[in-house]
Design a binder for this molecule. Structure first.
Ligand code: SF4
Ligand code: SF4
Length: 151
């Protein structure tokens, strides 16, 4: 699957001030980190988790339903994190510090609309964690490797 581009609407988001980003970070997909190229995926997840600005979260550990997202502000540096709310580490007073193409897929695909009726286009934790399922072993391998280096 190619990396979907999405639509930006800075006029609407500027007025809103990033309410979505203040509630919970956007969800990233395996393609955001280079999938289906396994080597790229491994390398990019390693870099992201090592930076402390990205974390591994989950929907159901027994079913291997994990996903990657930016860290919540104030909680950077955890390889695994399961908090359900909080402001994204990448939100600044001037908007997202990441270039549009480097933002998580769910951030790029969210369609901004006035009166906070923004359309998430189906990017729920459940849906995104299913996308990660086929890369579960790589994700766990890398996360454990990063944890072992940082402790
Ligand atoms: S996508 Fe919606 S909630 Fe998020 S900053 Fe833009 S207008 Fe606000
Ligand atoms: S990565 Fe950027 S656009 Fe996405 S939630 Fe964080 S601040 Fe918002």
């Amino acid at each position: 699957m190619n990396k979907p581009v999405g639509v930006e609407n800075p006029e609407i988001c500027k007025v809103c001030g990033g309410k979505c980003c203040k509630t919970y970070p956007g969800l990233a997909t395996p393609e955001d980190f280079g999938a289906p190229d396994i080597e790229k995926l491994r390398e990019n997840i390693f870099k992201a988790l090592s930076s402390g600005r990205w974390t591994v979260d989950w929907v159901n550990q027994d079913e291997g339903l994990y996903f990657v997202r930016p860290a919540v502000k104030g909680f950077e540096g955890s390889v695994f994190d399961h908090r359900y709310s909080g402001e994204c580490t990448f939100l600044t007073p001037n908007g997202c510090e990441l270039a549009f193409e480097n933002r998580p897929e769910s951030c790029r695909m969210l369609v901004p609309k006035i009166d906070e009726r923004c359309d998430p286009q189906g990017y729920t934790r459940a849906v995104v964690s299913q996308r990660w399922k086929e890369y579960y072993e790589i994700l766990m391998d890398v996360a454990i490797e990063v944890e072992s280096v940082s402790f």
